[in-house]
Design a protein around this ligand. Structure first.
Ligand code: FE2
Length: 364
């Protein structure tokens, strides 16, 4: 087993960058359906020749959508392989050079060395290391940078109108069969993250398919990365379906935290976000499973919100359908009332719903 190192001083997720086939249209998708404000643009008009990027924000959540303008760029090659999806989970640090040097010393593959990115608002320092699949972690040092955006972006002011989504709760990676422990060890040996929770295939299985998951967390618990791998079942695991369509490991879902999931889901449904279907029967036994909760069960049933409880409290959650035609990346909306778990009690109900979708695609 790999060594567990002292934690690297990574503070939080700064932003998530997606490579997409058409960033102009994707930006409007996240603005109109998820209610993000479109706050920045970078591209040929701002001196960047080979790609265009849009910066979206809601609460503390920042997404960058980037599209290549030429067929032979790195972004174009990655989109060709994987379709639209997460490229960079950018982590905020105080000293990019130090964190980068230590991560590389501990065995993380380098993507690029520390470099300064400058505009009229000042300078930021960035470096990047490779993680699972074609995904990277850039290390973002903001010290001294005054602008509200990222260097090179010019401001846009197109409101999205949703304020219910506040921050990123966790980001889940799907990795190949047998690789979960390697990647869990990567996060403990490179970043010094702890194994927060482990789920085995007995926790997360239905009659047909199963997965295993290890949740790796930073010392301050602001960064939580569950790592999933497929487990054998009677039929194909949904993780295996992801791996096949994504052509390898990658980000499966980004969980967005809210303080008011009822209003959040009400709003997102009205805007046209599609969520996984939950059978009405799920609500018949809900009180038995989770006990007393503050929310009105009838309201939860109408909005199809899931609930799970552990010894510390409960959580409410719901998952979107994949946001691309490939069955790959999706989003989760989550509200925590004490519970620090990930909805283990919902996995079975949820899996059966995912399998119905998988079966409709002919992939079960
Ligand atoms: Fe999740």
């Amino acid at each position: 087993m790999g060594e567990v190192n002292t934690p690297l001083p990574v503070k939080d997720i700064d932003h998530v960058e997606f490579f997409v086939g058409n960033a102009k249209q994707a930006a409007e998708y996240y603005r109109l359906l998820f209610g993000f404000d479109l706050i920045g643009y970078a591209g040929p008009e701002t001196g960047i020749r080979d790609q265009a990027s849009y910066l979206l924000q809601q609460g503390h959540i920042r997404f960058v959508l980037t599209t290549p303008l030429t067929p032979d760029s790195e972004a174009a090659r990655k989109i060709h392989q994987h379709g639209d999806g997460v490229y960079d989970i950018a982590l905020r640090v105080d000293d990019a050079e130090k964190v980068y040097a230590e991560a590389v010393r501990r065995g993380a593959p380098s993507v690029y060395e520390p470099r300064e990115v400058r505009d009229a608002e000042g300078a930021m320092k960035k470096a990047a290391i490779q993680t699972y699949g074609d995904t990277i972690h850039s290390l973002v040092e903001k010290n001294g940078y005054e602008g509200p955006l990222l260097p090179g972006f010019r401001p846009l002011d197109k409101k999205g109108g949703n304020q219910f989504l506040k921050a990123i709760d966790h980001i889940v990676g799907n990795v190949e069969d047998g690789k979960m422990n390697n990647w869990a060890e990567f996060y403990s040996s490179v970043f010094g993250f702890d194994n927060f929770i482990t789920f085995d295939d007995k926790d997360i299985s239905t009659e047909y398919s199963a997965l295993r998951s290890k949740v790796m967390a930073s010392e301050n618990k602001r960064i939580k990365f569950p790592i999933n791998e497929p487990a054998p079942g009677k039929k194909k695991s949904q993780i295996q379906e992801y791996i096949e369509f994504n052509r390898g490991a990658g980000v499966q879902h980004v969980a967005l935290i809210t303080g008011d999931i009822i209003s959040a889901i009400h709003d997102l449904r009205a805007r046209g976000v599609e969520f996984l279907e939950v059978p009405d029967t799920y609500y018949e036994t809900l009180t038995e499973r989770v006990g007393e909760i503050k929310e009105d069960i009838e309201e939860l049933r109408k909005l199809k919100i899931l609930v799970d409880r552990d010894e510390d409290g409960y959580l409410l959650q719901l998952f979107t359908k994949p946001v691309e035609d490939r069955p790959t990346l999706f989003f989760e909306v989550i509200q925590r009332r004490g519970c620090q778990g990930f909805g283990k009690g919902n996995f079975k109900a949820l899996f059966e719903s995912i399998e119905r979708e998988q079966s409709r695609r002919g992939n079960l």
